[in-house]
Design a protein around this ligand. Sequence first.
Ligand code: NAD
Length: 467
Amino acid sequence: MAAHQPRHVPVIPGKRFAVLDPATGETFDEAPDQQPDELDAVVGRAHEAWRNWRADPGARTIALLEAADAVEAAGADIAPLLTREQGKPLAESYKEIARTAARLRYFAELAPQPQPIMDGRPVRSEIRWRPLGPVAAIIPWNFPLQLASAKFAPALAAGNTMVLKPSPYTPLATRLLGSVIATALPEDVLTIVTGHEPLGARLASHPGIRHVTFTGSIPTGRAVAQGAAASLARVTLELGGNDAAILLEDVDVERIADRLFWAAFRNCGQVCMAVKRVYAPARLYSPVVEALAQRAKTAVVGAGLAPGTQLGPVNNAAQLARVEDYTAQALADGARAVAGGRRLDRPGYFFAPTILADVPVDSPVVTEEQFGPVLPVLPYGSVDEAVEAANDTGFGLGGSVWGTDLDQAEEVADRLECGTAWINHHAELSLAQPFAGSKESGVGVAGGSWGLYGNLRPFVVHRPQEA
Ligand code: NAD
């Protein structure tokens, strides 16, 4: 018998799979194990629902605003469930819910604008924007609600319907969110499906889907793009990152240390745009390592539902194994764990917040995406060297530069090969800005009006001035 039965979710008979609490490593609930052959019917219903949903932008705005209110009203139901399956501190779960409601409101009000084409010809040509049809979304386990809303808010506002598949590690809060939102939307406009592979692969390649929007790792992104090629559906891919933070000579270490630490360790380091490598000038290397290590040693690690917890567990056993392997390999290669360096001796998937010094530059914890509470700090000689090291990667999601002279910091930031570069911050995103990884970190643009138009196709009406 499931320990927790979300109030809004109808019980579905049939096969179910276990959902684990990463703070204990034990099963605490179950989710429907939907099979790939169910997708024909689900996508068919999404197609039926699209006929009406596409027709009335005013009704869409009202429905999406109502959905935002419903999400906020259900916050106290959704937040503990999210913390239970994902591991993050409860306050962070509430932030995801607030962001989800804000995103629904932002896109509800963002109507696509017809655009005249003025090219000197004596014709009146105009671009009118048309929705694409049923869209598929596939998302990971690190920010289940925020990332779901980053998919469905622009897609539904544009007049598409959506079938969304959360990660099997975090199916429950997304399912609950979907059923809360469904109270404000016509039936089958947003459908959440849960299950194991090949459910996602089948969804990405389903012939009834016109756009596949995916967030996750680079290898899975490649597989999704290959799958979508079968029906030539549009793809948007938001993939992994290995963001560098470059500290400049004039940085005030104590002033920025908290911000830098949490830019790396928020959500237990499981953030696509977390700081994953720090480059410090050789003169400041020891103070930077010490300032970060001191914070790693004093951060409160615990279950997300325990009051006062700042860092929860790693979300799942496979991810914990990756974090352990990368750390062990760095230590075997001669790195020093100035804080942490090991798994915590308690049930659940806890890893001590870890600061690594003297790490070889070719160690996987530097060259790959660790996606966990482990941060390598590397010394550099010249700024050119630091920029070259930061850019010497196939990843290109974000980056940051930290210093007191903002003009110099901006000059250095401008040289980073990535989608977003921050100065004295990292990973702060506005709903209105484009979000696009460069190199292997992404294809297509999400966020702001780019996210809306990414879910639309231009339709041009060409009319002469005389009959
Ligand atoms: P993942 O790629 O393993 O899984 C992502 C999703 O894809 C899950 O729902 C999974 O069930 C599904 N999936 C797995 N195999 C599939 C297949 N063959 N076809 C279709 N779907 C399939 O990623 P993860 O481990 O869940 O998440 C961590 C990764 O996500 C990290 O690399 C992180 O950087 C990335 N991420 C990127 C962003 C961004 O916006 N760029 C945001 C968050 C996370």
